[in-house]
Design a protein. Structure first.
Length: 382
C-alpha cells in the first residue's frame, strides 16, 4: 500500500503523545503509573508505532483486547508487560507464556481452565483478576447483590496462576449526573472492600487499577498502581458538551484528510448523489472528495449539515455519502481546485473540527469513529 496521501489519509502526530501523557500525569493526583491502552490498533492510530513512542517516554505496561493484538506488539518489538483485557480462547493458552502475556481472569471457571492448562504444561501464567463491580461484562461478580469474594480468593490460590494484579472498570465515569456519580463511587467502595478482604486473608493482591480515561478526568484522586487511559494519550476528550471535573489540555494525535478530486458548478434544480436528497436551490459550486463510508466516514452524516474544512473554512456535506466519495458545497470558499486538501477532522488554518463534534453529529462516540476508520486509509506518521 502506498503510504502517502492517495485518496484520504490519517496524519498521526506521534510527537504529541508525550505532551498528552505528561498532561495525564498532571491530572492524576495519586502515584498511579499509566498503562497504555492500545487495543484495536490503538484505536486506529497504529499499535506498534504508538506503543513504541509510549515506551520511549516511560510507559511500562500495555493493554490490548486479545492475544493477536498482543502478538502484534511483541512482533513490533514491544517488550513491556502486556495485559489482555478480554477473553483468550483455550486454543491460544500456549501463546500466553511464550509471549510473556498477562491474561485477564473473566471468572473462577475460566481461571480453573487456565490453571489446569498451566499445571499440565508445567507453566505459571501471569493473570490479573477482573472484578465485575457494575459493568456486568466480564469479571468475578463483586456487586452488592452477589459479592463473590470466595471466588476471588480461590483464583489467588491456584498454583498454576500467578495472580499479580486486580482491576475493575467504570461504565459511567463520563457522567457527572448524581446517579452516575453515586454508582461510580459505589463501584470504588466495592473495589476497596475486595482489596480489604483480600488483605485480611493475607493475600498479596498485586497491581490495582480501575480508571479509564474518564475515570482519570473525573476521579483523579484515586490512588492505585495504574490508570488505563486509551483516549487521553491520543489527545481526545469531549467538547464542552460533556462536563468534566478537571481542566485538561490535550493535543489530538490524529487528523483525517482527503483530496478534492473535482470541482464543478451545478445549476438550480440539479440533484446530488444517491437518493437525490440534495437539490440545489440556486447555482452552487461543489467539490467531490475522494473519501467515503468504505473508509469509515460515517454515512449517517449524509444530509445533516455536517461539514469538512477546506482552505480553513467550513464546507457542508451535500447529498448522500457514497462508498468511496462524497460531495461538499464550496460556493463560499475561494479558489477550491482539484488536489486541494479537505480536513475531515483536525485543524486547517485557524479552524478546527474535532472528532468529538463529528462523532456527536453522527450519533456515536469518539472511540467508534476512530476504530471504524478503515485499514485502507494510510497512516502517515509525523
Ligand atoms: C478500552 C478500555 C480502557 C480505555 O478506555 P478509554 O475510555 O479509551 O480510556 C480501559 N480499560 C478497559 C478495561 C478497556 O477495555
Amino acid at each position: 500500500m502506498l503510504t502517502s496521501n492517495t485518496r484520504s489519509w490519517l496524519e498521526i502526530h506521534v510527537s504529541r503523545i508525550e505532551h498528552n501523557v505528561a498532561e495525564i500525569q498532571k491530572l492524576l493526583l495519586g502515584t498511579n503509573k499509566i498503562m497504555g491502552i492500545v487495543k484495536a490498533n490503538a484505536y486506529g492510530h497504529g499499535d506498534v508505532v504508538c506503543a513504541k513512542e509510549l515506551e520511549r517516554i516511560g510507559i511500562d505496561f500495555f493493554g490490548v483486547s486479545s492475544v493477536d493484538e498482543a502478538l502484534s506488539l511483541r512482533e513490533g518489538g514491544i517488550s513491556s508487560p502486556i495485559l489482555i483485557l478480554g477473553y483468550t480462547p483455550p486454543v491460544h493458552f500456549p501463546l500466553l507464556k511464550k509471549y510473556r502475556l498477562t491474561q485477564t481472569i473473566l471468572s473462577l471457571e475460566y481461571a480453573k481452565k487456565l490453571n489446569a492448562y498451566a499445571l499440565a504444561h508445567d507453566e505459571c501464567i501471569d493473570v490479573h483478576v477482573k472484578l465485575d463491580t457494575g459493568m456486568s461484562r466480564i469479571g468475578i461478580v463483586t456487586q452488592s447483590h452477589a459479592y463473590h469474594i470466595e471466588e476471588v480468593k480461590a483464583v489467588y490460590a491456584l498454583k498454576g496462576l500467578h495472580a499479580c494484579g486486580i482491576f475493575s472498570h467504570f461504565p459511567v465515569s463520563d457522567d457527572l449526573g448524581e446517579d452516575a456519580q453515586a454508582f461510580t463511587k459505589h463501584q470504588i467502595e466495592l473495589f476497596e472492600q475486595v482489596l480489604a478482604d483480600l488483605k485480611q486473608a493475607g493475600i498479596e493482591v498485586g497491581l490495582r487499577h480501575i480508571q479509564n480515561s474518564y475515570g482519570i478526568l473525573n476521579y483523579p484522586d484515586l490512588d492505585y498502581d495504574y490508570a488505563r487511559p486509551g483516549l487521553l494519550w491520543m489527545g481526545i476528550t469531549s467538547d464542552d458538551e460533556i462536563a468534566i471535573k478537571t481542566n485538561p489540555d490535550f493535543l489530538p494525535v490524529m487528523e483525517w484528510k482527503a483530496n478534492v478530486s473535482l470541482v464543478k458548478t451545478i445549476e438550480k434544480g440539479v440533484t446530488v448523489s444517491y437518493g437525490r436528497h440534495y437539490k440545489a436551490s440556486e447555482t452552487r459550486r461543489i467539490a467531490t472528495l475522494s473519501v467515503g463510508y468504505a473508509d469509515g466516514y460515517p454515512r449517517s452524516l449524509s444530509n445533516t449539515h455536517a461539514y469538512v474544512l477546506i482552505h480553513g473554512k467550513r464546507a457542508e456535506i451535500i447529498g448522500n455519502i457514497c462508498m468511496d466519495q462524497m460531495m461538499v458545497d464550496v460556493s463560499d470558499i475561494e479558489d477550491v481546485k482539484e488536489g486541494d486538501v479537505a480536513t475531515l477532522f483536525g485543524c486547517d488554518g485557524e479552524e478546527c473540527l474535532s472528532i468529538d463534534t463529528l462523532s456527536r453529529n453522527a450519533h456515536t462516540i469518539n472511540n467508534e469513529t476512530l476504530c471504524r476508520i478503515s485499514a485502507r486509509v494510510p497512516r502517515i506518521y509525523k
